[in-house]
Design a protein around this ligand. Structure first.
Ligand SMILES: [Zn+2]
Length: 92
């Protein structure tokens, strides 16, 4: 399932370690990290499977989550999306 990044607008393919079935839409409000720009967006099922920018309050809450910070750090230091997923799945 593809979508466009709400931050940079480029097409993205879903690669998600938390939801192993990539054929299913993410949970509404799921945090998305763009592989290309590392921008943070939220899955918005109500808008036919698109992402939206978080509000500043949501972004503050998202960035307070150590799992998100760890995933973002891994994303910025991995060579490929699949490497990032492998590393995220191994993270404690
Ligand atoms: Zn992006």
């Amino acid at each position: 399932m593809d979508h466009n990044c709400a931050v940079c607008g480029r097409p993205q393919q879903l690669v998600d370690g938390a939801q192993p079935n990539l054929n299913e839409a993410p949970t509404d409000g799921a945090v998305m990290i763009c592989w290309r720009c590392n921008g943070i967006s939220l899955w918005d099922g109500a808008s036919h499977g698109r992402t939206r920018l978080p509000t500043s309050e949501e972004l503050t809450e998202i960035m307070a989550d150590p799992d998100v910070r760890a995933a973002l750090q891994i994303s910025t230091t991995s060579s490929t999306p699949s490497e990032a997923v492998r590393r995220i799945n191994r993270a404690p």
